[in-house]
Design a protein around this ligand. Structure first.
Ligand SMILES: *[C@@H]1O[C@H](CO)[C@@H](O)[C@H](O)[C@H]1NC(C)=O
Ligand SMILES: *[C@@H]1O[C@H](CO)[C@@H](O)[C@H](O)[C@H]1NC(C)=O
Ligand SMILES: *[C@@H]1O[C@H](CO)[C@@H](O)[C@H](O)[C@H]1NC(C)=O
Ligand SMILES: *[C@@H]1O[C@H](CO)[C@@H](O)[C@H](O)[C@H]1NC(C)=O
Ligand SMILES: *[C@@H]1O[C@H](CO)[C@@H](O)[C@H](O)[C@H]1NC(C)=O
Ligand SMILES: *[C@@H]1O[C@H](CO)[C@@H](O)[C@H](O)[C@H]1NC(C)=O
Ligand SMILES: CC(=O)N[C@H]1CO[C@H](CO)[C@@H](O)[C@@H]1O
Length: 693
């Protein structure tokens, strides 16, 4: 029995060696690789670091890279397919954490051109027609396409002739020597290595994934598969990636292909990588301290500590001075607030507001209920937010704003005392599993209240106040279910007519006007945009971007616009209303939401016009212009536990004005302009944010 087997081995092995010299190639990075060495089409380019970029974060792109000449995949004599093995290193960097699309594929196909293939969920390989097109692909898919039966939005799948996978698994790997799967997040921006091994004798295809240089002993996917009818004699091998409404940059760092052999592993550290996030400069104290003598070191350290102490003192003194000049509201004693919140007991925690925790409290003297927001000291924005917040809210008064009663500062603790809103935030009544269903009358009243509060901020106070973070979780409801705008932590004041500063974009994904991500300028029109998103979500009972919805429904405004065009706009209304609503009001709110969601800031109504429409003083136009292609920050809840620093290569791509993203809390993000140094952010203090007119 053993003899024929041995014979077989020799028989097959010798020609393999010859073949492996021909159809065996390796790209250790893509330095100096031109179109002779790899065929690129679509959006693909190679950057100066030797990284191959298949797509950037532009919508609906296709990027492909193929080995320039076709490879022989079948024995010319007997037509049996060859075994093959390939390994490659890649990374997917989404535009926004947790929302990227659509993915990257390794593919074997009869062509490099793919006429008629579509981007988005089709990866630039397939289209909506299903045909036998001899395409084999392994997809690294980052969007859940319900139409194709995708298991989730982070999976690896084996595709034959169609994006409907024959087999798939959530991205994961087996740590060495372990049989326990460890999950991987494809859109984490980290570099992963993948191996695809096909054994044509056993008709078996394995796909293996790993975050490191070594190959796990267990594959993620192992499928019994006979590729003999799929493979032609000659086929091209390469990659295709695509973006859709959701976008990611797709990168390739190295690629190794071997016919009838085993592709070797890449040492990931030897491959080019995305430029790292710039590190903070080391303090000079560390490098000076080493060479000098011990006593000198001690002296030096004490001197440094002393100067830090002095600087702190000066800073603190300064800040207090600024606040006391600008801040009107009552200053509470720390003891009073500590008592009110029962020593900031977890049981009194109402939630996590902008940059800090919010506690319920009862003021010891008056027995009135308050909400106490404790701005967390770790947040580098804390100080600035605090200054901005107390100085501005303290002087604003309107029945649709959450009133600031006072404030307190004790060492690093910054505390704000607000009116207590007994019914909590609006989002809890709208999304997921609402705590109770609001009737249309209640919703309409809330909308009108918020609009009137926002009009006050924009036009009726002595200065223009831009809220910057309008969203359902920042709308609080009092005991009578009046909508009140809260969380002015992000508000910045601008004198009438002054040019709003461009240092920072603050907002929540899904509510961010497109011009804001490009130019970084918050304006009253960008508030109107966010208010439009709010109108639509109140009417439809869902978030502006619902990640788990079907593709047509993913982006709320696009879905509503489609329904509007088809004359079926009532089909988008929150089903939980059970049809009980004033149709005229509801259609008006939807139309107004679409008008406010226009991509062009000047095409949006002002808050004064919005209030006139809502009060029925003027009719909303019958003919609407399309809000424009989806083009804005997108997102939903669930960014908790997600802290992401974008590599600077992404900055280059997204815009020179945007230098870093960091998640401040569950669903906010913060973009600082490249020009704004941390020093300038902190040293601005009260006076630069408040200009009395
Ligand atoms: C690219 O191809 C050219 C000629 O086709 C060859 O001289 C060169 O060595 C190749 N470079 C790489 C990096 O493979
Ligand atoms: C992204 O790639 C596309 C296609 O190559 C290009 O037109 C676009 O300018 C790129 N965008 C950026 C921001 O580099
Ligand atoms: C192809 O198959 C024939 C007959 O089975 C065999 O003689 C030949 O060595 C094979 N060639 C390769 C490259 O495997
Ligand atoms: C294409 O797919 C659809 C649904 O999956 C199916 O109904 C139809 O018969 C298929 N057409 C062809 C030509 O295979
Ligand atoms: C894989 O999918 C193709 C096309 O849908 C189908 O023809 C084939 O039978 C499937 N193979 C396996 C092993 O599921
Ligand atoms: C696939 O993985 C299994 C281990 O689960 C291994 O025994 C088999 O040899 C692998 N096949 C290929 C083609 O690499
Ligand atoms: C819908 C809802 O929860 N309404 C409550 C709002 O707050 C008042 C006073 O606290 C309650 O009586 C309502 O039930």
């Amino acid at each position: 029995m053993a003899k024929p087997l041995r014979f077989f081995w020799v028989f097959v092995f010798l020609p393999n060696l010859v073949f492996s010299q021909l159809d065996n190639f390796i790209y250790t990075g893509f330095h100096g690789v031109g179109n002779n060495n790899i065929s690129m089409n679509g959006a693909t380019k190679i950057d100066s670091n030797g990284v191959l970029e298949l797509t950037n974060v532009t919508k609906r792109l296709i990027g492909r890279a193929f080995y320039p000449s076709p490879l022989r995949f079948k024995n010319s004599t007997d037509g049996t397919p060859f075994s093959f093995s390939t390994s490659f290193a890649f990374a997917i960097v989404p535009e926004y954490p947790k929302l990227g699309g659509h993915g990257l594929t390794f593919t074997i196909s009869p062509t490099k051109e793919f006429k008629g293939a579509l981007p988005s969920q089709y990866f630039g390989l397939f289209n909506a027609e299903n045909s036998s097109n001899h395409i084999f692909a392994v997809e690294f898919d980052t969007v859940q396409e319900l139409e194709f039966g995708d298991i989730d939005d982070n999976h690896v799948g084996i595709d034959i002739n169609s994006p409907i996978s024959n087999d798939s698994a959530s991205a994961a790997y087996y740590r060495d020597g372990s049989t326990k799967k460890e999950a991987l997040n494809l859109i984490s921006g980290k570099t992963f290595q993948a191996w695809i091994d096909y054994d044509s004798r056993r008709n078996q295809l394995n796909v293996t994934l790993s975050p490191s240089s070594s190959k796990p002993s267990l594959p993620l996917l192992s499928l019994d598969l006979n590729l003999s009818t799929i493979l032609n004699d000659f086929m091209y091998v390469g990659f295709s990636a695509s973006t859709g409404l959701l976008v990611s940059s797709h990168y390739l760092f190295g690629w190794n292909f071997k016919m009838n052999g085993v592709a070797q592993n890449f040492d990931l550290s030897s491959l080019p990588s995305l430029p790292a996030v710039p590190k903070k400069k080391q303090t000079a104290a560390l490098s000076i301290g080493v060479p000098v003598s011990v006593s000198a070191t001690v002296l030096l350290i004490s001197a440094i500590l002393f100067s830090i102490y002095i600087i702190r003192k000066i800073k603190n003194a300064d800040i207090i001075e600024e606040w006391e000049l600008n801040v009107g509201p009552h200053r509470f004693s720390y003891q009073e607030l500590k008592k009110a919140t029962k020593n900031f007991r977890d049981k009194e925690l109402l939630g996590f507001g902008g940059f800090g925790r919010v506690y319920r409290g009862t003021l010891p003297n008056s027995q009135t209920q308050v909400a106490v927001k404790r701005v967390s000291h770790e947040s580098k924005q804390g100080l600035r937010e605090f200054v901005s917040e107390i100085a501005s809210i303290g002087r604003l008064r309107h029945r649709n704003l959450v009133q600031l009663q006072g404030w307190c500062r004790r060492r690093g603790d910054l505390l704000l005392v607000y009116d207590f809103m007994s019914n909590g935030s609006l989002d809890k009544f709208l999304f997921d599993d609402p705590k109770s269903i609001l009737t249309w009358e209640q919703r309409f009243k809330i909308i009108k209240g918020v609009a009137s509060g926002l009009l006050y901020l924009h036009e009726e106070w002595e200065q223009i106040v831009i809220h910057r973070d309008i969203k359902a979780s920042n709308i609080l409801l009092d005991g009578e279910l009046n909508g009140r705008l809260g969380d002015f932590g992000l508000a910045r004041l601008h004198e009438h007519g002054a040019n709003p500063s461009t240092t920072r974009v603050v907002g929540t994904l899904g509510y961010i006007a497109p011009e804001l991500t490009r130019a970084g300028k918050a304006t009253t029109a960008s508030d109107v945009f966010a208010f439009g998103a709010l109108l639509l979500e109140v009417a439809c009972g869902r978030r502006p971007v619902e990640h788990k919805a079907s593709p047509e429904e993913l982006i709320l405004v696009d879905w509503i616009w489609e329904a509007w065009i088809e004359g079926m706009v009532l089909g988008v209304v929150d089903p939980r209303l059970m049809g009980h609503y004033d149709e005229v009001e509801l259609v008006m709110v939807l139309k107004l939401g679409l008008m406010c969601s226009n991509n062009v800031p000047t095409a949006r109504p002002s808050m004064r016009q919005v209030v006139r429409y809502l009060e029925g003083e003027v009719g909303v136009p019958d003919v609407l212009s399309p809000p424009g292609a989806y083009d804005r920050g997108k997102g939903n809840e669930g960014f908790d536990d997600f802290v992401h620093s974008y590599p600077s290569s992404n900055e280059k791509v997204s815009s020179e004005k945007v230098s870093s993203f960091s998640f401040m809390r569950s669903d906010d993000f913060d973009v600082e302009a490249a020009s704004a140094s941390p020093i300038s952010l902190l040293s601005g203090r009260g006076s630069s944010f408040i200009r009395t007119g």
